[in-house]
Design a protein around this ligand. Structure first.
Ligand code: SAH
Length: 401
């Protein structure tokens, strides 16, 4: 056997019999499944990279629908079939040995893809990209992914993950990547630390101990055990800096991407149109040329600007923010009340700990919108210091800890 195969065998040995092959817990999976938006009857549901199938069983038990469970390793699927039979759920579990990146389904036919601790195997973006056309109109992807939880992680975890999972990104980067690929991020949360210990690292540590004797005569096994111990120890010390983030994503025909300078004319027109519709009483103090100049020379160069666009590249909304302020958030009137404003605002929130903004007191829709998203009023003015001389209100949002 060559060294690569020996390493593969050693890894399989230290992972054998684990209830899960990645961080997670039955309790957490169950809570997440119960929070899913409702699915159609006879929905097409996959558990991809299902491993021994802890999530598959929970999905079947709660949703009472058939779950198609895919993994490259037949031994895991055998384990899952046995488990399903014991729990009298075999009629709801269909196992398929195969590759999660090549599903045989028709376009628009899958309602839910569950990929807990598994999307990393083909890459977060590659997975989302390849599943997008297969999902039904409101189809969802529920996946967990190793993610940085802080803006500046320590050198030690950076070095370890650079060598062992270079694809790791921050939560904000993953949310933005999903939005850019045509998914609305309807929820995301960090798995509690217990999800790493109880059903994953603790059983894993026990396997490591049991194999120490064999490792005395097997240097490859010894090296694999050593690396696993380093990983476990690293998590013990740096669990506040990285973790598994669970992302609940829904297919959308609207995508969000970072703005480019060519977007300026569309953004300027959109701003003028939506302002006039929302606040028809405001004096018009800027010409179309002023607006374009403002967007090109001030807004785009000095802010982070994201646009929401449809499949024809029509821009339907945008947000501009800097370190502290949301300067503008506008939607075309006919695209309001579809959650697009929430998605744009979330792009800013996921990157910041605190945000402030001004809106006019008469803009009832905006005030309700910001209040709904956790912004609180901190002061009101008579408008003497704004260009329009229109009473305004200052909102502030502070990220929950
Ligand atoms: N969801 C399970 C397993 C996560 S580990 C759990 O939470 O316990 C990742 C799993 O993905 C492994 O079982 C591995 O065999 C499987 N896998 C890796 N690459 C795959 C691919 N391309 N297609 C299908 N399964 C794959």
């Amino acid at each position: 056997m060559d060294n690569k195969s020996r390493e593969h065998v050693a890894r399989a040995r230290i992972h054998s019999g684990l209830p899960r092959q990645g961080p997670g817990s039955d309790k957490n999976t169950e809570e997440t499944v119960r929070r899913l938006p409702s699915l159609p009857d006879a929905a097409r549901i996959y558990d991809l990279g299902c491993g021994p199938g802890r999530a598959s069983i929970i999905l079947a038990r709660i949703l009472r629908q058939k779950i198609i469970c895919v993994d490259l390793q037949q031994s895991f699927l055998d384990q899952l079939n046995d488990d399903a039979a014991k729990r009298k759920l075999e009629h709801l579990i269909e196992t398929r040995c195969g590759d999660m990146s090549v599903l045989p389904d028709k376009k628009g036919s899958i309602d839910l893809i569950w990929a807990e601790g598994a999307i990393y195997a083909i890459g977060f973006d590659a997975g989302l990209r390849s599943w997008h056309p297969l999902l039904s109109e409101r189809g969802m992807v529920a996946c967990s992914e190793l993610s940085w939880l802080v803006p500046n992680p320590s050198e030690e975890p950076i070095a370890y993950w650079k060598a062992n999972y270079p694809g790791i990104r921050s939560v904000a980067q993953n949310v933005m990547a999903a939005e850019q690929l045509g998914y609305e991020c309807i929820d995301h949360f960090t798995l509690p630390e217990s999800c790493w210990w109880d059903e994953y690292y603790n059983p894993w540590s026990r396997n490591l101990e049991d194999l120490r004797e064999d490792a005395k005569h097997d240097e490859v096994l010894r090296a694999v055990i050593e690396r696993a111990s380093v990983e476990i120890d690293l998590f013990r010390r740096f669990s506040n800096e990285y973790g598994y983030e669970f992302y609940l994503l829904r297919k959308s025909d609207i995508k969000i991407r970072q703005a480019v300078s060519d977007d300026a004319p569309q953004i300027a027109q959109l701003m003028a149109k939506s302002l006039r519709e929302a606040l028809p009483f405001l004096p018009i103090i800027h010409t179309a040329e002023d607006d374009l100049m403002h967007i090109s020379t001030t807004v785009l160069p000095n802010n982070e600007v994201f646009v929401a666009h449809n499949e024809r590249e029509q821009i339907v909304g945008f947000i501009a923010f800097d370190d502290e302020w949301v300067h503008t958030l506008y939607l075309l009137p006919e695209f309001m009340s579809r959650g697009i404003g929430t998605r744009l605002l979330n792009i800013a929130k996921v990157q910041r700990k605190r945000l402030m903004l001004w809106t006019f007191q008469k803009n009832e829709i905006a005030k309700l919108f910001y209040a709904k998203h956790g912004f609180v009023v901190t002061k009101e003015t008579d408008g003497a210091s704004n260009e329009e001389r229109e009473p305004d209100v200052h909102f502030e949002w502070i990220a929950p800890i």
